[in-house]
Design a protein around this ligand. Structure first.
Ligand SMILES: [Zn+2]
Length: 444
């Protein structure tokens, strides 16, 4: 049986391969005029930047042009999406899983409730998202909020120059609640050249933490003196120190941590840092900038990824129940989800109905929910650390030291966060609510 399933493996990869050829090589997007009136071709790389434009015409044309390209292949894309779901169903049946969802979660021994509770908890708090879009509409000063108005920054960059030396001090201060030992490791990293700090010729962009068992972690940054970069430093040091603890405590085989918990340590650091910075900033504009930074993360990580997760759950269930997926019903399901997640005060432009067709992660089924659960766990942990201090920190360090020595849910339970309940998601959303309150009061 396993031999036959293995032989079917390459065929089963076909939908994903076809989509990736289409999406990376064949699809062509139209040209639009940018802010300066110059012709610019939409590409995957440019799309988000165009959508963030402060010129509404630019983001509208980018949005329309981008989705028009996908729409002209809607039946092809529906066929490849649907075939991918079918191959999942085939393997789930062959291995006697009750569903494709159960199969996907089994690898990390994640109970299905973790997935369904996430969706249910977000549903319970949809009013918060509606409040956020109201605020966005007000701040942008527009009568109608369209789907192409969701990414343009609400608070224009606070031009605060933060030299790297200063950033290290701010991060160290912000992470003080994690105790002396953590602080010591942070300083060790700062003083022993763990970090490649500045942009350089032929250096890759972005930021990440990497390393090998038996050495200290390394961090790559492209530090550019912005406030955003300060958060990146806290984020990457979160990954680095997670690896540091796990490598020190675990044998090689259990040292690497799983995707489900990978973003917890990094996000927890960001949450601690923003708490510190908000408490130590009087400047209203800077405060608004900081809060906005976090509100956008909530929108993009907790709400958006949960909406994706729900789309995956609905479409897989349909195929499991013998229904077929067509361009029409995929667009309808996606449209209805957008109505639910953004509410009646946003114009759900018809172009967005095609968004499902361009998400590469949908070809790794039931993956993206981990962004939302990881985020929630991190926020819940940061609240506990701020509230309870020492005992919470001890549990947290134990979690950081756990690597993959236990299942992710168990490791998190040890740190005081039970992802099989709605509680951590509720806690994260209550922070979202607090930040909305603060933002509304600053702007009054
Ligand atoms: Zn990260």
């Amino acid at each position: 049986m396993e031999e036959l399933l293995a032989d079917a493996g390459e065929m089963a990869d076909a939908p994903s391969n076809i989509f990736s050829m289409f999406n990376n090589a064949d699809i062509k997007f139209p040209e639009i005029k940018d802010e300066n009136g110059e012709e610019v071709q939409i590409t995957h790389g440019r799309y988000i930047r165009l959508l963030e434009s402060t010129d509404r015409r630019v983001r509208q044309e980018a949005f329309q042009g981008f989705y028009a390209a996908y729409r002209s292949f809607k039946n092809t894309l529906a066929a490849s999406f649907s075939s991918n779901v079918k191959q999942e169903v085939f393997f789930a049946k062959a291995r006697k899983y009750p569903s494709t969802l159960a199969m996907a979660l089994d690898g990390g021994n994640i109970p299905v409730e973790v997935y369904t509770n996430l969706i249910a908890a977000v549903h319970d708090h949809m009013d918060l998202m509606y409040r956020y879009v109201e605020l966005r509409k007000k701040l942008l000063g527009i009568k109608e909020l369209h789907m192409y108005d969701l990414y343009t920054p609400l608070v224009t960059d606070v031009h605060m120059e933060v030299p790297f030396e200063e950033a290290k001090k701010i991060v160290a201060k912000g992470l003080e609640p994690l105790g002396e030992e953590y602080h010591g490791i942070l300083e060790e990293g700062f003083h022993n050249r763990w970090i490649d700090v500045y942009e350089n010729e032929n250096k890759r962009s972005g930021a990440y933490s990497w390393g090998a068992y038996g050495t200290h972690p390394y961090v790559l940054l492209n530090y550019n003196n912005t406030l955003d970069n300060v958060f990146t430093l806290a984020h990457e040091m979160g990954h680095a120190i997670h690896s540091y603890y796990s490598d020190h405590v675990q044998p090689y085989i259990y040292a690497g941590y799983k995707i489900f918990v990978a973003e917890v340590a990094s996000t927890c650091n960001e949450a601690l840092l923003i708490d510190y910075m908000l408490k130590n900033t009087e400047d209203k504009k800077e405060k608004a900038y900081l809060i906005n930074h976090f509100l956008d993360k909530f929108k993009g990580t907790l709400f958006r990824q949960t909406m994706f997760a729900e789309f995956e759950m609905i479409t897989h269930r349909m195929v499991e129940e013998g229904e077929s997926l067509t361009a029409e019903n995929l667009c309808k399901i996606y449209h209805d989800l957008n109505v639910l997640y953004f509410g009646k005060n946003v114009i759900i432009d018809p172009e967005i109905d095609m968004e499902w067709a361009r998400i590469p992660h949908f070809y790794t089924a039931f993956y993206v929910y981990q962004y939302a659960t990881g985020y929630s766990a991190a926020i819940a942990l940061s609240r506990r650390i701020l509230k309870e201090g020492k005992p919470a920190v001890e549990d947290y360090v134990h979690f950081l030291s756990g690597g993959s020595s236990d299942y992710p849910i168990e490791l998190l339970k040890g740190a005081g966060v039970d992802m099989s309940t709605k509680e951590p998601v509720n806690q994260a959303l209550s922070l979202f609510s607090e930040l909305l309150d603060q933002m509304e009061s600053i702007l009054e």
